[in-house]
Ligand binder design. Structure first.
Ligand code: AMP
Length: 396
């Protein structure tokens, strides 16, 4: 893996793809600066070396060209504050003015370009557009893990306009790749993959890949009910993908052949409605009455999960154990998060990835009690499915 540590940026102008796709409120104030702060070590290293920086990113989903709502001008103040120097801004990414401003940068200065996605060419991976962007710098740095699974102009195609010596990954990307690599290729055993969340269909490829790597696969959340029904259980009106029952059976069969232990919940907290105000009670998972649905792990399953987690040396967690957004159905997710934190304390390597498990680990204030919290759910899952990412391959 080629990281920015292998390049001395003295006298160089770096064009960096960052992920500044941050949430804004109705007055265009940044409500979560995590992604901006994450990029700072990469920027500081380049400035410390004596280089200058041109930053490029997308923000939101602009449909038809420029809109104020998606303008990166709203975040210039946040970037300046986080970096501790004044960052300048130009209201286009490929205009003559943009090129004049980047060419005129003095060493130690930083320029932020306007939203790349104001041009449709960005997401199309247009070569000409990528070539134009490449003119902003003489070294290309990719530090946008959140979009590394997309072969867009700024995330992958642009890399071909730089020589091998002049392209690399920034620290955000390098840390993400190192953490996935540790779990997928250098896992201390036993390695447990916890796959939860709503749908089996979203996670089939992941489960199949993980069956080649993990010792244990712990199935949880809504997707567990498709497995339970496939095994002949009564699941009432719990979430189920009837067109995936055979898939679930095939997965269980494959796991047996490969010697991977599958853990499926044995009990659940069931409710008569999908609501925090619903009536709820405990039930065996195979005996859920008609008209009731499973919304959380039951006490027996919580103990089973904690036991597997605490006996693991490597843990990958993707997807909650239940509807943790509702207080009556959060206990399974909360207890799993606490068990993962305890396993980490006892020496396990724990990687949390995928939107909702990250939301859960944050909800219980455990982000600093696990080994690594991935910043890009989609990219992490695709890395596991494909074994690499376009944004990583492009600079290799
Ligand atoms: P995913 O994005 O596939 O990881 O799914 C996460 C979502 O699944 C969360 O919003 C959970 O509330 C939801 N979820 C988890 N367990 C259940 C369940 N038993 N029934 C319905 N939804 C669930």
């Amino acid at each position: 893996m080629k990281t920015i540590d292998s390049i001395n940026f003295s006298g160089k102008r770096a064009i960096i793809r960052v992920d500044f796709n941050v949430p804004l409120d109705s007055t265009f104030k940044v409500t979560d600066e995590t992604r901006i702060k994450a990029a700072i070590p990469t920027l500081k290293k380049i400035l410390k070396d004596g280089g200058s920086i041109v930053l490029m990113s997308h923000l939101g989903r602009p449909k038809d060209g420029p809109t104020n709502k998606c303008s990166l001008s709203h975040i210039v103040g946040n970037v300046s504050k986080a970096l501790g120097i004044n960052v300048s801004f130009v209201d286009d990414c490929i205009s003559q003015e943009a090129f004049d401003r980047s060419a005129g940068l003095k060493l130690g200065e930083v320029l932020l370009l306007e939203n790349l996605r104001f041009y449709k060419e960005e997401e199309k991976g247009d070569e000409n557009f990528a070539k134009l962007l490449s003119k902003h710098g003489n070294v290309y740095v990719n530090d946008a893990f959140g979009t590394a699974h997309r072969a867009h102009a700024s995330t992958a195609v642009i890399a071909k306009f730089f020589t091998r010596e002049n392209k690399c990954l920034g620290y955000v990307m390098a840390n993400e790749v190192a953490s996935i690599d540790k779990v997928l290729n250098h896992a201390a055993k036993p390695f447990t993959a916890i796959i939860g969340g709503a749908k089996v269909s979203d996670k089939i490829l992941i489960i199949e890949q993980l069956m080649n790597k993990a010792d244990n696969i712990l199935i949880s959340g809504g997707m567990a009910f498709t497995f339970v029904k496939a095994m002949g259980g009564n699941i009432g009106k719990s979430l189920c993908e009837d067109d995936r029952l055979q898939t679930a059976k095939d997965i269980l069969q494959k796991a047996k052949e490969k010697g991977v232990t599958f853990y499926i919940p044995t009990d659940a907290i069931i409710a008569d409605n999908f609501s925090n105000d619903a009536n709820f009670k405990e039930s065996k998972i195979r005996e859920i009455p008609d008209g009731w649905m499973g919304l959380d792990a039951g006490p027996e399953t919580i103990l089973m999960n904690a036991d597997v987690i605490k006996n693991s040396k490597t843990i990958l967690w993707n997807g909650p154990m239940g509807v943790f957004e509702m207080s009556n159905f959060e206990n399974g997710t909360k207890q799993a998060a606490l068990a993962i934190a305890e396993a980490t304390k006892n020496g396990a390597y724990t990687l949390i990835g995928g939107g909702d498990s990250v939301a859960a680990i944050n909800k219980y204030n455990l982000a600093d009690k696990v080994s690594y919290v991935s910043t890009g759910g989609g990219a992490l899952l695709e890395y596991i499915e494909q074994g690499s990412l376009p944004g990583v391959k492009a600079v290799e």
